[in-house]
Design a protein around this ligand. Structure first.
Ligand code: GLN
Length: 311
């Protein structure tokens, strides 16, 4: 692994190399509270195997992690219900938009994977199972605060409210799945937890640190503590690799070669197994909803480190 100074230099280099791309793409506007974000923001952070977090640019500014939260809810749901989760949600790439409804009808309401909206709503349904939406969010926050080593992580209530007020498409998906008996809990209860976990505000530094167990076979590399079983971490990574960027997942695997997850807030979490985790944030999105400059930054980083899983 590169030394600490090398890594700081590398991140500064990636920041400079991708500077011309800052502001490219389009900021998500279908959630009104996200529309006001400055498109020129750019942050990147790398958490290494000692737990040290290196950062550059706006790496300490909290942003809306949106669909990146689906990785953490998946980890918690797998720990909670085990492989039975896969009876309710598949693990195949969808090849369609994150909020598409067409596939659901063909496949009797069972979503293709847990990283598109309907799949994540199913996962959230499993988390609210006992205790309700507030308890599910409390458990998720507790998990993230421990993993990130930062008690200040919170849900941005304004973003959650904005999403709840404009969430017609997610409501349609949820009710559609309810009609097939895939969702077990009250739809509005499940969505209230879903909107809140999408509205988590985290910085690149917090996000990279929180996801570090995924790069070390489910263990926190600093303490050796098992966060999730090794086989679960590997499977979460495989789902991220194949499904983490909706109908843009093949392109991301081709260009970056790391398991990753993007969110419409412009963040991407990428996992370099055995090396560490990278979180990047730039709000301008490509057509599929992946950060344009963020994906380019990850490509530049991997080019310089050789960290593709296909090495
Ligand atoms: N909260 C967003 C939604 O439900 C998440 C989408 C995303 O980040 N791709 O549409």
């Amino acid at each position: 692994m590169a030394g600490a100074e090398d890594m700081d230099r590398l991140l500064a280099e990636v920041l400079a190399a991708t500077a011309p791309l800052r502001g490219s793409g389009r900021v998500a506007t279908y959630i009104p509270a996200l529309a006001d974000v400055d498109p020129n923001r750019f942050g990147i952070a790398f958490a290494d195997g000692t737990g040290e977090v290196h950062g550059a640019g706006d790496c300490d500014v909290p942003f809306s992690i949106q669909s990146i939260s689906k990785v953490f809810t998946l980890a918690l749901a797998l720990e909670r219900v085990g492989p039975a989760l896969w009876d309710k949600v598949g693990r195949e790439p969808s090849g369609s938009a994150f909020n598409s409804i067409v596939q659901l009808e063909h496949e009797q309401g069972k979503p293709r994977n847990p990283l598109i909206n309907p799949g994540a709503i199913v996962v959230t349904d499993q988390l609210v199972g006992d205790g309700g939406a507030d308890a599910a969010i409390d458990r998720l926050l507790a998990f993230l605060r421990v993993e990130a080593g930062d008690g200040s992580i919170r849900v941005d209530d304004a973003v959650a409210a904005s999403e709840a007020a404009t969430g017609a498409r997610n409501r349609s998906l949820a009710w559609f799945m309810k009609s097939f008996g895939i969702l077990t809990n009250d739809v509005e209860t499940v969505l209230s937890a879903y909107f809140r976990h999408c509205a988590l505000a985290m910085s690149c530094r917090q996000l990279a640190r929180a996801g570090l167990f995924l790069a070390f076979d489910g263990r926190d590399p600093c303490t050796g503590r098992e966060v999730v079983a090794w086989h679960r971490a590997r499977r979460i990574n495989s789902v991220m690799m194949l499904c983490g960027h909706y109908d843009n997942s093949g392109e991301f695997a081709f260009r970056v070669g790391l398991p990753g997850k993007s969110g419409v807030g412009g963040g991407i979490l990428a996992v370099a197994p055995g090396h560490g985790t990278i979180a990047v944030w730039s709000p301008g999105l490509n057509e599929a909803g992946t950060s344009a400059a963020g994906a380019a930054a990850l490509e530049a980083l991997v080019e310089r480190t050789g960290w593709s899983v296909f090495f």
